[in-house]
Design a protein around this ligand. Sequence first.
Ligand code: 1GP
Length: 227
Amino acid sequence: MYEIQDWQHVFKLDPAKEISDDDLERICESGTDAIMIGGTDNVTMENVLELMSRVRRFPVPCVLEISNIDSAIPGFDHYLIPSVLNSNDVRFHNGMLLEAIKQMGHMMDYDLFTMEGYIVLNPESKVAQLTGSKTQLDEDDMAAYADMIEHLYGLKAMYIEYSGTYGDVQMVRAAKQKLKHTRLIYGGGIDSLEKAREMFEVADTIVVGNIIYTDLKSALQTVKVRG
Ligand code: 1GP
C-alpha cells in the first residue's frame, strides 16, 4: 500500500533518534499504514540506511520523506518530496529539488516520487526555523493554499506541519473544505488517541512522530483511528 491515497495513519521515524529493536518492532507491527523516515537535523546517508534496513525486516511499507540530497538513497518503497510553500526561501520550494534532479534525474523513476505541498505552522519548530517559514497564517490563507496546491500545482498531497505542537483544528478544516482530490496529511503533537481522533475527523491522514520516543504506549494507541 504505497499509494498515499490509501493511508490513514503513518508513523514518522527520525533517523537521528535512537529506537530500540523492541520498540521498532511494536511500531512496525502496529497496523499503521506506512513508516515514514524523515527529520530535520542530522539526517545522513548512514542513519537513513541503518533505519531503513531495520524497518525492512517487517512487511510494512517504508517511505522516505527527503530532507537533503545526500540522504536520498535507493531502496524505499516510495519517496515524498516536501515543497514548503510558505517558506520565504526558494531553496525549500524547488531549489534543492533542482539540484537533485541535475545530479540524479537520469536514474530517478518518477513514479516513485510524490511531491507534498507543505505548510509549516509551528514557529518554534526546527523545520520552521530552517526553512524561514511564514507561520502567521489565517484560515483564508489555508483555504487559498489548498486551492493553489490542488488546482494550480496539481499535487496529490497537502501536508499541514505543526511538528512538535498540536495544531489548530479550524486551520486544518479551512484547508480540508477546499480539497476534493488532494490528500490532506496532518502532522504535529498527536500524543493520544483522543487527539488522533480529533484530527482524523478533519484530515485524511495523520502522522505521529515525537511521541514514539517519549511514550510508546500512547503512540501505539493512535493507530486505532484506522477504519
Ligand atoms: C513531524 O509531522 C510530524 O514532521 C509529526 O509531528 O513529531 O509532533 O508528532 P510530531
